[in-house]
Design a protein around this ligand. Structure first.
Ligand code: G6P
Length: 594
């Protein structure tokens, strides 16, 4: 997830691009860079660090330029890996957001043909491919270039001899800002709002040419197309939240894209993660907070897919547990990679002689230096304190790790692995279906907002999802909530059930379904209002007072879908109560003290 800005017009690009990038800083901020057409050549300035670290005065005065703020995916944050990139001739400069899946083979071919690279990124191949494909027309060169790219991209490019900017998009956002005698390109609307409110949203496969007084667009088949110009009446602050009232809601809605990116990133990431070199007979998963819940779901995922026994521990507890003479492969999960308890647990695990894998969302974070192996989730920066899309992408990584382990241990057939990967690829669409139900969930949340205690119950792999649903509600709505395995309520918590105690019951059609319905029946008999979440089913609906349908999904993958329903319950309940959703009281996004 990176930020892109391009400008062509009559003003000096310097301030326009830097200001635009600043507005996109929420998309990533480990390095930044600018390329401008400076007479008949390209001037380039890029640096590790924040946008303020770019020496502004060194950017030449020009009316055509492109800028980028990076959130590293391939290659650590550094001056060399910062965008923009140049081709060998120095005439073409590009910036890219997305992931080029087949960059390794493209790069090898380009090197064989004499191209020299300056970075470890996947993006740099684009500049060199454009150089090879350039025969006088930049749109033509870009069209030929994207034909060989697999993955996702928003690409913006300039040439030292042309007064124009060209761009292409596929599965990464890119908008055109249509001004008066000036035109802009950006990953998101906030970057262009100072200049214009007229926006064209590009579609997947579109290629565009911007001159200062016109915009031409071609679709994926190369046919000229018109894309409607829409006028956005957002303030800058609205725009930074994508038009949502809170970052949390924006981040909930980013999950289909985040799932997609994490699958792409990981399928390629595995080229580097070689688990075969470790002896993995048992696994311990360690984390805090929402990441701990992902670890609990991970236990079910890994045991089911690979047959390897797993145990899960809270980081703050693990450190002081007895040192037994066993050396499980240890997986540490942390969105931020900076949580003090998790870092201390990582050190302790290594000290005890365990091999370790870190799963984190932040490149180069402290956790990455404490572990033997790292896998990144591709959620992009998460600003809301309550973790949403990062939990979802942690699960995606755990599914993919489990599939690798299953194949490695030969407990999973190649065919079954493909079935699982297909199901993973369906998830973004299934999450969209839940997001389409937001209005219904909002209505039901008005009932929850009146409660003082709420129970969440689930069985099997959805038991930890119940825990996460309860945590989300506590965090942002400040309502006491508890998650339980549905079969356990009768061993004590039943004493708390009244007709004012809603019970959110996760009724998924897995091998515990009939038992779950039995438990729901027991709860109903105590008079508690029951909010069912599950596939369409007459019997469930008879037992529940309210029901949110989820689409049919393999039960093993249901946590992703069910959890989105619970995120929406928490959000709308907190909203109804007027809570400070993005910055809940007493909490911090990253807890760096033990
Ligand atoms: C804090 C946050 C939680 C988060 C936990 C672990 O308590 O408020 O949302 O789940 O830390 O954070 P990590 O970055 O390690 O996943």
């Amino acid at each position: 997830m990176c930020g892109i800005v391009g400008y062509i017009g009559t003003d000096s690009v310097r301030d326009i691009i830097l200001k635009g990038l600043k507005r996109l800083e929420y998309r990533g901020y480990d390095s930044a860079g600018v390329a401008v057409k400076d007479g008949g050549q390209i001037s380039l300035l890029k640096k590790k660090g924040r946008i303020e670290d770019l020496p502004k005065d060194e950017i030449p005065g020009s009316n055509i330029g492109i800028g980028h703020t990076r959130w590293a995916t391939h290659g650590k944050p550094s001056d060399e890996n910062a965008h923009p990139f140049l081709d060998c001739s120095g005439n073409i400069s590009i910036i890219h957001n997305g992931i080029i899946d087949n960059f390794v083979s493209i790069k090898e071919d380009l090197i064989e043909r004499g191209h020299q690279f300056t970075s470890e990124t996947d993006s740099e191949v684009i500049a060199h491919l454009m150089e090879e494909n350039y025969e006088g027309d930049m749109v033509d060169a870009l069209q030929k270039t994207v034909e060989v790219l697999e993955g996702s991209y928003a690409i913006v490019a300039i040439h030292s001899k042309h007064d124009e900017i060209v761009a292409a998009r596929d599965q990464s956002p890119l908008v055109v800002g249509v001004g008066d005698g000036e035109n802009l390109l950006a990953s998101d609307v906030p970057a262009i709002l100072d200049h214009t409110q007229d926006v064209k949203y590009l579609q997947d496969g579109d290629i565009v040419r911007l001159k200062k007084d016109f915009v031409e667009i071609w679709d994926m088949d190369g046919n000229p197309v018109e894309r409607e110009t829409k006028t956005v009446d957002w303030t800058i602050e609205d725009a930074e939240k994508g038009g949502y009232e809170h970052y949390m809601m924006k981040e909930i809605h980013e999950q289909p894209q985040a799932i997609h990116d994490s699958i792409l990133g990981r399928l390629k990431g595995f080229e580097k993660l070689d688990l075969k070199k470790y002896r993995i007979d048992s696994i311990r998963l360690i984390a805090c907070g929402t990441s701990f819940h992902a670890a609990l779901v991970g236990k079910y995922i890994i045991e089911e897919i690979s047959g390897i026994p797993c145990m899960v521990e809270m980081a703050s507890e693990y450190r002081y547990s007895s040192r037994l003479s066993e050396y499980p492969f240890t997986i540490l999960l942390s969105q931020s990679g900076e949580t003090a308890d998790t870092l201390a647990a990582a050190k302790e695990a290594s000290h005890r002689g365990c091999k370790t894998l870190g799963i984190t969302n932040v490149l180069d974070s402290s956790l990455t230096r404490e572990v033997d192996e790292v896998v990144y989730t591709q959620a992009g920066p998460e600003i809301g304190v309550a973790a949403t899309k990062t939990f979802t992408t942690q699960l995606i990584v755990l599914y993919l790790v489990a599939i690798e382990l299953g194949l490695m241990k030969r407990t999973l057939s190649v065919d079954k692995a493909e079935t699982y990967r297909d199901e993973l690829r369906r998830l973004p669409r299934l999450v969209e279906k839940i997001l389409d139900k937001s209005e219904d969930i909002k209505e039901l949340s008005k009932i929850l907002a009146a409660a003082e205690d709420i129970f969440f119950v689930g069985r099997n792999i959805n038991y930890p999802v119940a825990l996460e649903g309860a945590l989300k509600l506590k965090e942002i709505a400040y309502i006491h909530a508890a998650g339980y395995p549905a079969g356990e309520l009768k061993h004590g918590p039943f004493a708390l059930l009244t007709d004012d105690t809603p019970v959110i019951s996760l009724c998924i059609k897995d091998n515990t379904f009939q038992k779950m319905l039995g438990n729901v029946g027991e709860i109903a008999a105590r008079g508690s209002p029951i909010f069912g979440v599950g596939e369409k089913d007459k019997e469930t609906e008879k037992l529940c007072d309210y029901h949110v349908h989820i689409p049919e999904v393999l039960p093993l993958f249901s946590p992703i879908i069910v959890n989105v329903v619970l995120q929406l319950f928490a959000y709308y309940t907190a909203y109804e109560l007027g809570r400070d959703i993005d910055k809940p009281r007493n909490l911090a996004k990253s807890v760096t003290v033990e």
